[in-house]
Unconditional design. Structure first.
Length: 250
C-alpha cells in the first residue's frame, strides 16, 4: 500500500501562523506535546514560548515575512513537514458600512496570507516529496451570515484553495486540507462577545452539542490529519463545530 505524507516522526518540523494565541497556540502546543519542533509566525509576541520554539514576528500578508519564517526553519532544521496557515481575523460589519480598506485587509490576511504560507511550504515539501498543509477555514466557509461578507468570502476561498492545491501537489506527495471550526472559545470570539456582536448562549444553543468548541479540539483534528491514519485524506474541508453548520432548524 502506498502511504502519502505520514506523520513526521517525533521531532517533525511544524510551522503555525497565528500561533501566539487561540487556535494556533493550541495547535502548536498539541504538536509540541507529540515531540514536534515548532515555529510560530505571528504579528504578536508568543507568550511563554517553550524553549526551542522558533518565534518569528511578522505579518502573514507580507511575502518577505512568510519567507523569513521558512528560511529560519531551513537554517535550524533543514525544512518543514507540516505547515498550518491559521492566522486570520474576524470582520463583523454591516456590509453597507464595510470600507474598501477593511475588505482588502480581510483578503490580505485571511486569503493571501494563507496562499503565501502554502506556497512557501510547498516549495520545500514538493522538493522533499512529502508534507502536509492545513488551512484554518471556518464554518463560514460553507454557509453565509449577515454582516460577515468579507469573512465568509475569504473563508470559502481558503476552503477551495485547499482543494485546488491538493490536486496540484498530491502527485508530489503533499496533502492539503482545511479545518472548518465552529465558534471556538478564543480571544477572537471573546472580543466579539465583549463588543455585543455575539451572544455565547445563543451560539451554544444553535449547536446540536449545545456548546462552543475548545481550541484543543481543533488542535486534535490537526494532529489527526498529520497522523498515518489520515494518509489518504487530502482536499478535504473538515468541520469541528459541535454540529453547528449541520443544523438548519431555527
Ligand atoms: N475562534 C473561532 O470561533 C473561529 C472559528 C472558525 C475559524 N476561526 C479561524 O481560526 C483562526 C484563528 O482564530 P482564533 O480564534 O484563534 O483567533 P485569535 O484572534 O484568538 O488569534 C489569532 C492569532 O493570529 C495572529 N494574527 C492575526 N493576524 C495576523 C497577521 N496578519 N499576521 C500574523 N499573525 C496574525 C494574532 O496575533 C493571534 O495570535 C483564524 O483564521 C480564524 O478566522 C476561528
Amino acid at each position: 500500500m502506498t502511504t502519502l505524507s505520514p506523520l513526521p516522526a517525533p521531532g517533525g518540523r511544524v510551522l503555525v501562523t497565528g500561533g501566539a494565541r487561540g487556535i494556533g497556540r493550541a495547535v502548536a502546543d498539541a504538536f509540541a506535546a507529540q515531540g514536534a519542533r515548532v515555529c510560530i509566525l505571528d504579528r504578536d509576541a508568543v507568550p511563554e514560548a517553550p524553549a526551542g520554539w522558533l518565534c518569528i514576528a511578522g505579518n502573514v500578508a507580507n511575502p518577505a515575512a512568510v519567507e523569513a519564517a521558512f528560511a529560519a526553519m531551513d537554517a535550524a532544521w533543514g525544512g518543514v513537514d507540516v505547515a498550518i496557515a491559521n492566522a486570520g481575523l474576524a470582520m463583523n460589519t454591516p456590509t453597507l458600512d464595510l470600507s474598501a480598506q477593511d475588505w482588502q485587509r480581510a483578503l490580505d490576511v485571511n486569503l493571501t496570507g494563507a496562499f503565501l504560507t502554502a506556497q512557501a511550504a510547498a516549495r520545500r515539501m514538493v522538493r522533499d516529496g512529502a508534507g502536509l498543509i492545513l488551512f484554518t477555514s471556518s464554518l463560514y466557509g460553507s454557509i453565509g451570515g449577515a454582516e460577515r461578507a468579507a469573512y465568509c468570502a475569504t473563508k470559502a476561498a481558503v476552503a477551495n484553495l485547499a482543494r485546488a492545491l491538493a490536486c496540484e501537489w498530491g502527485p508530489a506527495g503533499v496533502r492539503v486540507n482545511a479545518l472548518a471550526p465552529g465558534y471556538t472559545e478564543t480571544d477572537l470570539v471573546a472580543g466579539l462577545v465583549a463588543a455585543g456582536r455575539l451572544d455565547p448562549k445563543r451560539l451554544a444553543a444553535r449547536a446540536p452539542l449545545g456548546r462552543l468548541v475548545q481550541p484543543e479540539e481543533v488542535a486534535a483534528l490537526a494532529c489527526f490529519l498529520a497522523s498515518p491514519a489520515a494518509a489518504a485524506i487530502t482536499g478535504a474541508v473538515l468541520p469541528v463545530d459541535a454540529g453547528w453548520a449541520a443544523n438548519g432548524a431555527p
